[in-house]
Design a binder for this molecule. Structure first.
Ligand code: TYD
Ligand code: MG
Length: 453
């Protein structure tokens, strides 16, 4: 069978069946070319020669857990799944200036102090700049070896000779592989460099941490193309105006995904935040309309955050919907359910929703807290200050119970809350010191909390 030819874009990597002057995915001109080899059928491209048979094993073969090293920065160790796995490849992505280099220099120093031979390769800053940063962070005594280099071939040769246990590459966008015919930072360069580094790491038993910049517009060849090559993908996020930084595992072959580590950027580097709930709620004053505390779970850890809503008559023909820290589509859905199932219209009203502290929430269990914040803002009635809310809302207006109820309640109780509103159903749990009030649907919730239907 003859397959249709395949073409791919050298800028974004998207594959098409037709040649075109301009890539439809990224808009670049003259980047599409035919993929040699792939256009032929698989049997033919392998030349019809027989290969050696591959050794097969059963699933029951005993495997020891992979050896891990902890660095002592607990927030980082936990996000890695309990420390750094030997010979693993990790990508740390994030906006420029968010603190990736700072985090990784601190991590490099800690891993080196824990006995791992560590090399830090900076392609962005001169060695003197990195040393100045180390001085500011109080890390000059750590046995980290430093290099300022972008030539991938030279870096691999050096790593091969030095045999470190951990190599940090800051950043993958600055690496230049001389066998690839495009500029550093382009998708083909990033992909080639990441492939070389990760396969080298696996072969030689070195752990590598790659730093990758992402831009909101995705203009620079993003680390997205690297994600499938590495074992672990961590994103470092935060709002520029806030000191809080969140390190989030979005993929981890060696531990739970969705785990977060919370840090605070100070004048002398990143400090761990051991109790993020207390931090996120620290700015909360007296109970005010529109403010609701959501008992959330991030990975294995419960985290309380405050949702703030503001609802006001709109002067515009089309009312505004502005969201920070939560999904805009999900907000639209909750507004629609409130209108269709509970008869509470938001037409002609501007709606602003914000997660306090610069945290991003993606759990569907936050639905009920969002609805509560919207209603509280609309009715100008504050919820009791000692109450947390969680539960998912379905399109029918029914409430679905959240996972890890006990974890959420315990965290709320620890922070001084005495009651919780959640969805009916799921496993019955009780935590002393906290009254759990469960509801089957949104209408019931509205009636109970705001005395309206
Ligand atoms: P950096 O780690 O260079 O970011 P990235 O590598 O992600 O581009 O951090 C840059 C910001 O962090 C910079 O604006 C200054 C600030 N910063 C501090 O506030 N305190 C510190 O101790 C350090 C080293 C940086
Ligand atoms: Mg940097």
């Amino acid at each position: 069978m003859v397959k249709s030819p395949s073409f791919s874009c050298s800028a974004c990597g998207s594959v098409t069946t037709k040649w075109a002057g301009r890539c439809e995915s990224c808009g670049e001109w003259n980047t599409i070319s035919e993929d040699a080899g792939i256009s032929k059928g698989p049997a033919k491209s392998l030349g019809g020669k027989r290969g050696a048979s591959v050794k097969l094993t059963s699933l029951s073969t005993e495997e020891a857990p992979p050896p891990r090293t902890t660095c002592g920065i607990k927030e980082l160790d936990r996000v890695l799944g309990g420390g750094l796995v030997a010979a693993s490849a990790i990508l740390v992505g994030g906006d420029p200036g968010i603190g990736k280099s700072t985090l990784l220099l601190q991590a490099a120093a800690q891993f080196a102090r824990s006995g791992l031979k560590t090399i830090y390769v900076s392609g962005e800053e001169a060695s003197a700049q990195v040393r100045m940063r180390a001085q500011r962070l109080g890390l000059t005594d750590a046995p980290v070896q430093l290099a300022a280099e972008t030539n991938l071939r030279d870096i691999l040769t050096t790593l091969e000779a030095e045999k470190p246990q951990l190599a940090i590459i800051d950043s993958i966008q600055t690496m230049w592989a001389d066998n690839v015919d495009s500029a550093p930072g382009s998708v083909s360069q990033v992909r080639a460099a990441a492939h070389e580094l990760t396969s080298f790491a696996k072969r030689k038993g070195i752990s590598v941490i790659l730093v990758g910049h992402v831009t909101k517009e995705g203009q620079i060849a993003g680390p997205r193309v690297v994600e499938h090559m590495v074992d672990t993908v961590l994103y470092f996020e935060g709002e520029r105006g806030h000191q809080f930084r969140i390190l989030r595992a979005v993929k981890n072959r060696f531990g739970p995904a969705d785990e977060i580590g919370v840090f605070e950027m100070t004048g002398s580097g990143l400090d761990e935040v051991a109790n993020p709930s207390a931090l996120f709620l620290s700015e909360r004053g007296t109970p005010s309309p529109g403010s609701v505390v959501f008992a959330g779970v991030e990975g294995t850890r419960p985290v309380l955050v405050e949702f703030q809503a503001l609802v006001s008559p709109s002067p515009h023909a089309q009312a505004r919907r502005t969201v920070v820290g939560w999904d805009g589509g999900r907000l639209a859905m909750i507004l629609a359910v409130l209108e269709a199932r509970c008869g509470i219209p938001f037409a002609g009203l501007d709606v602003y929703l914000n997660v306090a502290g610069g945290m991003k929430v993606s759990e569907p269990a936050a639905d009920l807290a969002v609805a509560a914040a919207l209603l509280s803002a609309r009715e100008d009635a504050a919820l009791p200050a000692d109450t947390v809310v969680f539960g998912e809302i379905s399109l029918s207006g029914a409430l679905r119970p959240a996972t890890q109820t006990e974890n959420r309640l315990k965290e709320a109780q620890k922070l001084g809350f005495t009651s919780a509103i959640a969805a009916k159903g799921g496993k019955a749990v009780g935590v002393s010191g906290i009254t759990l009030n469960t509801m089957p649907d949104l209408t019931g919730f509205v009636g109970e909390i705001f005395g309206a239907g």
